[in-house]
Design a protein around this ligand. Structure first.
Ligand SMILES: [Zn+2]
Length: 81
């Protein structure tokens, strides 16, 4: 059976379906659970700092997202502070 390991929580993703049970960012593969946590975290942060990023800077958001992801990979979890 085809499977992948989530780069953040190290859980096994069986028969991964791209953008449904597996999410690919640059060189990192993550599961749905971690993707949801990451989305929640980045969205919450975005709301808090919205005024500083007007007009919306997609490059900044992308860098922020990837930075958060890299940290999550190092810690083995998405930090939801
Ligand atoms: Zn995961």
């Amino acid at each position: 059976m085809k499977y992948l390991i989530c780069d953040v929580c190290k859980k096994t993703i069986e028969s991964p379906v791209k953008d449904r049970t597996l999410f690919h960012h640059a060189h990192v593969d993550i599961c749905l659970e971690c993707q949801d946590s990451l989305d929640m975290y980045t969205r919450r942060h975005l709301r808090k700092t919205e005024a500083e990023h007007r007009p919306f800077d997609f490059q900044w958001y992308n860098d922020f997202f990837m930075d958060t992801l890299e940290k999550a990979v190092q810690r083995g979890k998405v930090d939801l502070r």
